[in-house]
Design a binder for this molecule. Structure first.
Ligand code: HSE
Length: 452
């Protein structure tokens, strides 16, 4: 099955780069790689018409060579050595769609050191090693593109880096993990349990190799670091993101949120404030009438608030084989158009040139400023007033207090607060928890109005 790429490629010496197809080496031919291969073949003529030249996959590295041969056919050399592809002299662009962070970092850095452009859909790799990878790319004058790493089919990196380039971006917020949105939608609309909904997401190819990345919010946090870097001109800083997934979320809160006129979504939020930036991923209540509340299934939705543009919103598939391929190939078309350009003339990797990047301070959890939802189990329904009074006495801006319409759980007081620092909410809830009226653990979730 193994065919040696070195023996099967034609030498390129003396052929002007722009006259011949862009030659792509691919590492990984799983969900994203196979989709990329298929779409490149199917839309060959249109893609070449837009790129000004053909784009050909000329070599593929895969772990399972017989499976890979079944996808790419007989004409393309296969190897099980990714480094061979990353450093091969006849490759112009490395497409890394294998995932993971350790070996993938080595392949990408090797390709860059060998003067190759890189296209990747690997958000974990860039969130953790982006600073090193982008610095190496600058040093070697090559491009690293990653549209497929964030909200796959939505061209949000292009929108931030190019379409919104006139703006001072104030915030970016959205549903940026298809798997968790799929799970939340299935649980709410079809009454599926968590495990059943996750199994469906895995079967459809939405989930990461380790689905804990999805359900614990890590995948969304990876994507948020890339969005924030492009929005604010700050380096990628995964460690600064406050991350909370959906595993602790209870069905009763989904129902109580509905009662109050909200839906719960896993949101990634990057907000610039005077004191620094908030970077956070968490399940949050969104008004049921808001467009974001209607982003369902594996779809993603992202809003960007620019000072000149106002709020813009982007919607599209957040996971999937050809949906990600759409973004990977868009990056390849950009690469095909790069020949003859000087690195300084290109769109910078993170939207800002390196000298213009700034380290914005990441705000701690206690400083995050939002409205809150509290669900307070009480011994008796008439303790609703005691709960409201307790919070008001601690200067929590209580806006709405109602009894939950949940029969199974015992009396529950639902509270919606106005905006308050998380630190003050935490202190008040801690004290409330110890009061005689309270019969169990108080649940708090943030409320996001996502208003312009
Ligand atoms: N596991 C990811 C998601 C795939 O569900 O969004 C696309 O990045």
């Amino acid at each position: 099955m193994y065919r040696d790429p070195v023996l099967s490629l034609q030498p390129l010496a003396g052929v002007p780069a722009a006259m011949r197809p862009l030659r792509v080496g691919m590492i990984g031919i799983g969900t994203v790689g196979s989709g990329t291969f298929r779409v490149l073949a199917r839309n060959q003529a249109e893609i070449a018409g837009r790129a000004g030249r053909g784009i050909e996959v000329v070599m593929v590295a895969a772990r399972n060579l017989p499976r890979a041969a079944g996808i790419v056919g007989d004409g393309i050399p296969l190897t099980d050595d990714p480094m061979h592809v990353a450093t091969h002299p006849d490759i112009d662009v490395l497409v890394e769609v294998a995932g993971g962070t350790g070996p993938a970092r080595d392949w990408v850095l090797a390709a860059i050191a060998h003067g190759k452009h890189v296209v990747t859909a690997n958000k974990a790799l860039l969130a953790e090693h982006g600073a090193e990878i982008f610095a190496a790319a600058r040093q070697h004058g090559v491009a690293v593109a990653y549209e497929g790493a964030v909200a796959v089919s939505i061209p949000i990196i292009k929108a931030l880096r190019e379409g919104l380039t006139a703006n001072r971006i104030e915030w970016v917020a959205g549903i940026i993990n298809g798997t968790t949105n799929f799970i939340l939608s299935k649980m709410r609309d079809e009454g599926l349990d968590f495990a059943g909904a996750l199994a469906q997401a895995q079967a459809l190819g939405y989930a990461e190799a380790d689905p804990a990345f999805d359900i614990e919010g890590i995948d969304a946090a990876h994507k948020l670091t890339l969005l924030a870097a492009n929005a604010f001109g700050t380096p990628v800083r995964f460690a600064d993101v406050q991350v909370e997934g959906i595993t602790a979320l209870q069905g009763v809160d989904v129902a109580c949120a509905e009662q109050l006129g909200y839906r719960i979504k896993l949101l990634g939020i990057a907000r610039r404030r005077e004191e620094g930036v908030e970077l956070r991923v968490q399940p949050a209540l969104v008004p049921a009438a808001h467009l974001m509340a209607h982003v369902n299934g594996s779809m993603n939705g992202i809003m960007v608030k620019g000072d000149a543009s106002g709020v813009t919103m982007y919607y599209g598939a957040g996971a999937g084989s050809e949906q990600t391929a759409s973004a990977v190939i868009a990056d390849l078309v950009d690469m095909a158009r790069l020949d003859g350009t000087h690195a300084a003339q290109r769109v910078p990797h993170l939207g800002f040139h390196a000298h213009a990047m700034s380290q914005l301070k990441a705000l701690p959890r206690a400083a995050v400023h939002t409205s809150h939802y509290l669900r307070v189990p009480v011994h008796a329904a008439n303790q609703i007033e005691a709960v409201a009074a307790f919070l008001a006495a601690r200067r929590i801006p209580v806006q709405q207090v109602v009894l939950a319409a949940q029969e199974k759980t015992g009396p529950q007081v639902l509270v919606l607060t106005g905006p308050a620092p998380q630190g003050e909410i935490d202190l008040a809830v801690h004290a409330l928890q110890a009061s005689a009226a309270v019969a169990g653990a108080v649940t708090t979730l943030r409320v996001e109005t996502l208003a312009g």
